[in-house]
Structure formats: structure tokens, C-alpha cells
Design a protein around this ligand. Structure first.
Ligand code: SF4
Length: 168
């Protein structure tokens, strides 16, 4: 019985992941695009970008993290209620990206040095579709199941061949 309830809770959590309104650099533009009509991540329960960390369970680190910003990012993360997850979006968030050069003293070479990261999305910048794939991966981590829609694409009627709306 407890297992069934936990499964239900995990299903609900996975399909109502609320990201924080938080962008650090150019990757944030692609993050915003993921909420627009073409990709429309709201179809998968993640449309509610909240302006307060206390109302979020997902931090999408989209952009370059520098040493001055790192304590702010950590504080925001700590203000989020548990359970909470982090997506590192883009090469900067993963490893410092193009700013990882010897002369550059102020860039953190990976946000996972500051907070635990659950999903990494490489690219400079990653496309909004890649962020959507990252959300699917996170849902899989939370519930143990991948969202079924992209997998049944071949079984759909011709006019519904592309249920995600994402061009191939
Ligand atoms: S990974 Fe590329 S696009 Fe993203 S923040 Fe860094 S420089 Fe900008």
C-alpha cells in the first residue's frame, strides 16, 4: 500500500515540476523559448516558472556561473523546498564552456561544484527541444517512467505523427 502511494506521489511530482525563473546568460533565452508555443513545455506540467525559490522544485542553471554569483545561486537552492532538482543547461553550466580559459579567473567550471546536478544538457546553447528532453529525463528520474508521448510517435495517425510539435 505504501509503495502504491509513493508511486502515485512520484507520478504527480514528475508531472508538475515547477522551474524557477532564473537565467544567468545566453542559454536562458533558449530556456524561455521552451515555454513558448512551439515547444510548449507546459504540456508536460512545467509551465509554471515561479519567481520565488520557495515555490519551485527545479532550478535550471542556464548560463555562465561566476564566482560572484555562486553564493547567490547556493542561497536560492537552499531556499527551495525538498525534494528539489537541478538541471545544468549548456556548456557553461556544465564546465565553464567557452569561458574556461586560463586567463579567466572568475568563472566556476561547472555548477555541480556548488549544487548537486541531476541532469546535464550539453550545447552552446542547447536548443529548447534539448531542454524538453532534459525535462523528460528528469521525469524519468523522479517517477521511474519516461513520458510515453514521444515513444508512441510511430503508432499515431499521420496527422499526429509529431505529438511533441518539435521539427525533426
Ligand atoms: S553555453 Fe554558450 S550559449 Fe550557453 S551561456 Fe555559455 S556561452 Fe552562452
Amino acid at each position: 500500500m505504501v509503495g502504491a502511494v509513493q508511486t502515485l506521489v512520484n507520478f504527480c511530482r514528475a508531472n508538475s515540476v515547477w522551474p524557477m525563473t532564473f537565467g544567468l546568460a545566453c542559454c536562458a533565452i533558449e530556456m524561455m523559448a521552451a515555454g513558448m508555443a512551439r515547444v510548449d513545455m507546459s504540456r508536460y506540467g512545467s509551465e509554471v516558472f515561479r519567481p520565488s525559490p520557495r515555490q519551485c522544485d527545479l532550478m535550471i542553471v542556464a548560463g555562465t556561473l561566476n564566482k560572484k554569483m555562486a553564493p547567490v545561486l547556493l542561497r536560492l537552492y537552499e531556499q527551495m523546498p525538498s525534494p528539489k532538482w537541478v538541471i545544468a543547461m549548456g556548456n557553461c553550466a556544465i564546465s565553464g564552456g567557452p569561458f574556461k580559459i586560463e586567463e579567466n579567473y572568475n568563472v566556476i567550471e561547472g555548477v555541480d561544484r556548488i549544487v548537486p546536478v541531476d541532469v546535464y544538457i550539453p550545447g552552446c546553447p542547447p536548443r529548447p527541444e534539448a531542454l524538453l528532453e532534459g525535462i523528460f529525463k528528469l521525469q524519468e528520474i523522479i517517477s521511474g517512467h519516461r513520458h510515453p508521448l514521444p515513444q508512441v510517435k510511430g503508432l499515431l495517425a499521420p496527422h499526429r505523427k509529431n505529438p511533441t510539435g518539435i521539427s525533426e
